[in-house]
Write a protein that binds this ligand. Structure first.
Ligand SMILES: [Zn+2]
Length: 349
């Protein structure tokens, strides 16, 4: 039995690229550095043996903000996301309609496909995350209902373009799912987010939905999280109501694997696959292939083999300026995931 394995998305950017981005060097240099970073990322990704790769999001400002790149009708004072270590990230606010993406993820995919034959997974941001850029006190002449209609259309377009471009899989990043339970313990906001994202997924056929996935985690930035203290068991039952085929679930960094696996087993639907995180991306220690194998074997006690896959807990640096993990560490961890998953396959066949 083959156990599929795939990454989440981001790889730390090369130090010289981060330096150029943060010092705002001139455009020509930056473009060269971007190209070099993408080439090197695809190359190193292939060397890990990972059957599915990504472009490492080398040119995205972040997993969440790429659709906003180039837009001018934004102000900086949006929602703030607080991380455990005290740092925060802030979303912008929309100041004027109509809302259109400045940038679609298929652009990254098409670019990477020119440089490799290996199947590529493309991550996109959720409609629910971008719904947070609409200001609480509204926009004159652009009611929230109109914004939501535009947002759903744009999110659908973002996914459809990636499918048309031949993505191996399109993964919606839904890190605000678990976070929402911290902001609203009643679960009302979570249910609203799930319904919103399903409005996008329902525009795709059952066959297309099998090529769609969702990634969830407690956040991962500068080796810190925003919602690890929220019980996974309160979150997973609603999560599996999303109309997609794959779920990439952070697990390696959870304190109680068995409890989470039991919950997955209980709520995973027959047409859904659980890709469990076997690599802790926030821990600098590189897992051994044997450690990964044992994590897969543990999961196989709870999840039917034909519904089990492996992944990393999260992207390695979802925000472009995060230097907490080196590229060498990231690729070594991915190699351990691939090799450990193969070891488990042998053991289970
Ligand atoms: Zn994540």
């Amino acid at each position: 039995m083959k156990i599929p394995t795939e990454p989440i998305g981001s790889i730390p950017r090369p130090a010289e690229l981060i330096a150029a981005i943060t010092s705002q060097t001139n455009g020509a240099d930056l473009q060269k550095l971007y190209e070099k970073a993408i080439n090197d990322t695809l190359n190193q990704f292939e060397k890990t043996g990972s059957p599915v790769i990504t472009d490492g999001e080398q040119t995205k400002s972040s997993f969440a903000t790429y659709p906003l790149e180039g837009l001018t009708d934004l102000s900086p004072e949006g929602m703030t996301i607080n991380f455990e270590d005290g740092h925060s990230r802030q979303l912008p606010l929309l100041t004027k309609g109509p809302f259109r993406y400045g940038n679609y993820a298929s652009k990254y995919l098409a670019n990477a496909q020119k440089l490799t034959q290996t199947p590529i997974k493309q991550a996109i941001i959720s409609a629910s995350a971008l719904s947070l850029i609409y200001p609480a006190n509204g926009i004159e002449g652009y009611p929230q209902s109109e914004f939501m209609a535009d947002l759903l259309n744009e999110c659908e377009k973002d996914i459809r373009r990636c499918l048309d471009e031949g993505a191996y899989k399109v993964q919606m990043d839904f890190t605000e799912g678990r976070l929402s339970l911290k902001l609203d313990p009643s679960g009302g906001v979570l249910k609203h987010f799930i319904a919103l994202n399903n409005q996008v997924f329902d525009r795709f056929t059952k066959e297309e939905q099998q090529k769609l996935g969702v990634h969830v985690c407690p956040g991962g930035d500068h080796d810190s999280t925003h919602s690890a203290d929220i019980d996974y068991a309160d979150f997973l039952p609603d999560l599996f109501d999303l109309h997609v085929g794959s779920f990439c679930l952070q697990l390696a960094s959870e304190p109680d694997h068995v409890k989470v696996l039991k919950t997955i087993k209980q709520y995973l639907k027959p047409d859904q696959k659980a890709f469990i995180g076997v690599i802790d991306v926030l821990n600098p220690v590189i897992e051994t292939a044997e450690q990964v194998r044992d994590r897969v074997l543990e999961a196989a006690q709870y999840i039917p083999l034909n519904q089990l896959g492996t992944t990393d807990d999260c992207g390695f640096s979802p925000f472009c300026d995060d230097t907490s993990t080196t590229r060498e560490t990231a690729f070594a961890k991915i190699k351990a995931r691939v090799e450990g998953t193969k070891l488990a396959e042998k053991e289970l066949s």
